[in-house]
Write a protein that binds this ligand. Structure first.
Ligand SMILES: NC(=O)c1ccc[n+]([C@@H]2O[C@H](COP(=O)([O-])OP(=O)(O)OC[C@H]3O[C@@H](n4cnc5c(N)ncnc54)[C@H](OP(=O)(O)O)[C@@H]3O)[C@@H](O)[C@H]2O)c1
Length: 218
């Protein structure tokens, strides 16, 4: 494979999670990128409403991609969940909760996997295409800090799901790339309660998890 092969021009760019800080910024940037003839930006608040944990909604998004009649050359899955609806990242194993873990896995791993299932068959067999899902450095197996069980584990699962899909994809689309990306720390609703301030500094030193929940290393 030519690792430096450019994306062919005239294709379609697709963003899942376009209502988010990172997904929204990526979609905005892609709209002025001359390599793409069109951009499809999906979110739960858009039309169609695409909740990645709902396979029928993901299938509907794939149908919308097909209807555009353009080769998807770049697909970014920028959805993700860290906290919300009464759920906070776990500071200790005492906080482990089955329903909370299931929710983290549903949004961070299973949802993107369903996107892969429905979108990868649409990736052209020829030429470079890139399918990328946003993961987090917090998922690294070098984690010695503890805490954030659900987020770390669901992102680690995402990494492996994408790795498996990449191995399968390269057999049919030789120039296609399927990867997870770590965006680094970005101010967003997801990261807002865990800024890179005091707890971030402690995290960098490898301090044990005490006090407020430590931020993920992205
Ligand atoms: N910000 C960081 O520092 C950082 C660091 C490392 C990795 N990341 C990763 O980067 C990605 C984007 O995060 P962000 O910082 O941009 O956060 P964000 O602004 O909170 O965006 C999260 C996005 O995920 C969407 N989402 C959540 N659950 C969903 C579901 N079930 N179905 C469809 N969409 C869903 C949200 O949609 P709604 O608007 O409908 O809620 C929103 O568009 C995430 O995967 C995150 O883990 C972020």
């Amino acid at each position: 494979m030519d690792h430096a092969a450019p994306l062919p021009t005239g294709g379609l760019a697709v963003v899942f999670g376009a209502s988010g800080a990172i997904g929204g910024a990526i979609a905005e940037r892609l709209r002025v990128d001359p390599r793409f003839a069109d951009v499809l930006a999906f979110s739960r608040s858009g039309t169609p409403s695409v909740d990645v944990t709902d396979e029928a909604a993901v299938a509907e998004a794939a149908e919308a991609i097909k209807t555009r009649g353009l080769a998807p050359r770049l697909v970014v899955v920028a959805t993700g969940f860290l906290h919300g609806a009464g759920q906070q990242p776990e500071k200790t194993w005492r906080h482990l909760d089955g329903a909370a873990l299931a929710r983290s896995f549903a949004v961070n791993a299973i949802g993107p996997a369903l996107v892969l299932k429905h979108v990868l068959p649409l990736v052209p067999r020829d030429g470079r295409s890139v399918v990328a899902a946003l993961s987090a450095r917090a998922a690294s197996s070098e984690n010695t800090l503890g805490g954030w069980y659900g987020y770390r584990a669901s992102k680690a699962a995402l990494n492996q799901l994408v790795r498996s899909a990449a191995a399968e994809l390269c057999r049919r689309s030789k120039e296609a790339v399927c990867v997870t990306l770590y965006p680094g720390h970005v101010e967003s609703d997801l990261s807002a309660p865990f800024g890179v301030g005091a707890v971030g500094a402690a995290h960098d030193r490898g301090a044990p998890l005490t006090g407020p929940a430590a931020p993920p290393r992205s």
